[in-house]
Design a protein around this ligand. Structure first.
Ligand SMILES: [Fe+2]
Ligand SMILES: [Fe+2]
Length: 312
């Protein structure tokens, strides 16, 4: 078995910039601390029973606060809760698929000896392992998961191409998806004793590796936005609130297929999500990191503030 030796300074022809050093460090961490879906999770030890009460939605989940959910039996609440988990994991698989495609597109634009090339590939590998563990959980649950609408399927091609055509907008898409999920998983881990062990292990692995991905996307934006043309900065300013609001809702709210499966009445969805000040505040909170970054980068301008208030 060979022993890994860091190589970044062997290939660099000039001293790395602070951004390049940070990216090199992220690559080193991807080598020293990483997980594999089928060796680092004991799938056999923890079977999934859809009636397991540990799958019931947390009491502070937006839907758990409604009479519609509270009036169900404990077994029904558990099955619904598990279906929310698998729906969220399926959204994660789709999101990570787009993310990987976009990163591969981005990598093809990078010159030799650019540290971002290596890191982009580390992230693609890590996201592939995440998708393997999400899909394995879905398959072992034996529950149906959600499907992608034709419109969203077309949108995935457009977003993946941004990795090559407009990587800064692509990185905002990345943060819009990763930050809300990271926040949700960290919150759930605080209730670890009530979590199914497979779920706890998956989340623990995910938040560890996502910290690197979030750092890369943030560092990329911090490094590059100030060098963009005026036209691209305007485009980014206008797109940011709409994209981030859309992504947070996609990650934090149930997909239409799940609403249809349980025939959740529209007024219940309204009460749980649209007219729920607590949920709206948690969406804003989930995006607070990337919103602050946009502010620091000068992407929140007076004329776009109403857009931010409307979208988030
Ligand atoms: Fe991931
Ligand atoms: Fe990620």
């Amino acid at each position: 078995m060979s022993t890994y030796t860091p190589t970044q300074n062997l290939t660099a022809l000039t001293a790395p910039t602070p951004f390049q050093r940070r990216v090199q460090q992220l690559s080193e961490r991807s080598v020293s601390k990483y997980y594999q879906a089928f060796t680092d999770i004991d799938w056999q030890a923890h079977p999934i029973d859809p009636r397991d009460p540990r799958f019931e939605l947390d009491p502070d989940h937006p839907l758990a606060t409604t009479d519609w959910y509270r009036d169900k039996s404990s077994k029904e609440r558990a099955v619904i809760g598990l279906d929310f988990v698998t729906a969220s994991m399926k959204i994660g698989v789709v999101f990570e698929n787009v993310l990987q495609r976009g990163l591969l597109q981005l990598a093809m634009t990078l010159p030799d000896r650019d540290p971002s090339f290596r890191y982009a590939y580390h992230e693609v590998i890590e996201e592939a392992q995440h998708s393997l563990m999400f899909q394995e959980f879905i398959d072992r649950s034996t529950r149906p998961s959600s499907t992608l609408s034709p419109g969203k399927r077309v949108a995935t091609h457009f977003i993946a191409n941004l990795g090559r055509r407009f990587p800064e907008l692509f990185m905002l898409f990345v943060l819009g998806g990763e930050e809300p999920i990271d926040r949700e998983q960290r919150r759930a881990l605080k209730h670890r004793q009530t979590l199914h062990p497979l779920l706890a292990r998956i989340m623990q692995i995910h938040v560890t590796e996502e910290a690197r991905h979030l750092c890369f996307a943030r560092s990329w934006l911090t490094e590059r936005v100030s060098h963009l043309s005026n036209t691209k900065r305007w485009a980014l300013s206008l797109a940011a609130p709409v994209l981030l609001g859309f992504m947070a809702r996609t990650m934090l709210e149930p997909p239409r297929s799940l609403v249809t499966r349980y025939a959740i009445p529209p007024e219940v969805i309204e009460a749980a999500y649209r007219n729920n000040a607590t949920h709206r505040a948690s969406v804003r909170d989930a995006l607070s990191g990337v919103t602050s970054l946009c502010d620091e980068l000068g992407l929140i301008r007076p004329f776009t503030r109403p857009l931010w208030r409307w979208a988030i």
